[in-house]
Design a protein around this ligand. Structure first.
Ligand code: ATP
Ligand code: MG
Length: 254
């Protein structure tokens, strides 16, 4: 299964990607995390690894990549960059980072002032996700940039499940509604996870989401927040996440 995690900026997408990856790993799955966020380095940090070369850099950078997928150069068309059907083990080793048994593939990051937009990263994300064929015991978890640009780039179309992370802000409720509508339009399974939940906000959060689609409520956790504030690796586990993994495992079995 390919799971795409999305939501408002700062809602907890990257945090939930790591927590979910660790929890599903405990259930016996082999996990590949794909970082499609072209700005933040949050996943590296939360996994306790240093930023390293990413897939786009290893393909020669955005300019070279654009040349390679240019249809006026048929020999260098997108098809030739990767085989049509790829396994996780076919991903070039120099583009993968490992930490505690989890694999991280970073698509690409913006490096320089005036280097142009991040659209090639979107194309590359969609391309590699479309070619990756996964075995039964494998799960791909895709961390996205804030907002819904990934829908515009149709990255979601390559995934089987969209998890919308909702934090206690009204903007997050509005964006979650939009994500749900877009997922339904694209015929992709959608669920939401409520994050940073405290007793006083839980009722309001539940009123503002489709409750039938909520697969978990992650409490606000100050230790997690403080670890992140200090730039530390994410070490704690959240019991609620194991319930969410159980639900996802059942979705996979269906
Ligand atoms: N359950 C939680 N309890 C407390 N703090 C949390 C929780 N989940 C996430 N946070 C904090 O919220 C902040 C944003 O988290 P995170 O970076 O995971 O969000 P994001 O959605 O990936 O952000 P971005 O849109 O910038 O990529 C961090 O300070 C993180 O520690
Ligand atoms: Mg993030």
């Amino acid at each position: 299964m390919k799971i795409l995690v999305c939501g408002k900026g700062g809602s907890g997408k990257s945090t939930i990607c790591i927590l979910l990856a660790k929890s599903l790993q405990k259930c016996g799955f082999n996990i590949l995390l794909v970082d499609t966020d072209e700005s933040n380095y949050g996943l590296h940090r939360l996994m306790g690894v240093l930023p390293s070369k990413n897939l786009m850099d290893n393909l020669g950078g955005k300019k070279k990549f654009k040349e390679k997928i240019n249809p006026t150069y048929p020999l260098l068309s997108g098809e030739s960059i990767f085989p049509d059907k790829m396994k996780i083990s076919d991903i070039p080793k120099e583009s993968l980072v490992q930490s505690e048994g989890l694999n991280l593939l970073v698509i690409g990051k913006i490096h320089d002032f005036g280097e142009g937009c991040a659209c090639p990263m979107g194309v590359l994300s969609k391309m590699i996700l479309s070619k990756l064929v996964i075995d039964d015991g494998e799960i791909i978890i895709v961390d996205t940039e804030a907002g819904i640009e990934h829908f515009g780039r149709k990255v979601d179309a390559e995934c089987d499940l969209i998890l919308s992370v909702v934090d206690p802000t009204f903007e997050s409720f509005l964006l979650n509604k939009k994500i749900k509508d877009m997922a339904e339009k694209a015929c992709i399974q959608y669920h939401s996870i409520l994050n940073k939940v405290t007793n006083d906000v839980e009722g309001i959060m539940l009123k503002n989401v489709d409750q039938d689609k909520v697969i978990g409520k992650i409490p606000y956790n100050n230790t997690l927040f403080m670890e992140n504030l200090k730039g530390e690796q994410l070490k704690i586990s959240i019991p609620e996440m194991d319930k969410i993994s159980g639900i996802i495992t059942n979705i996979i079995k269906r």
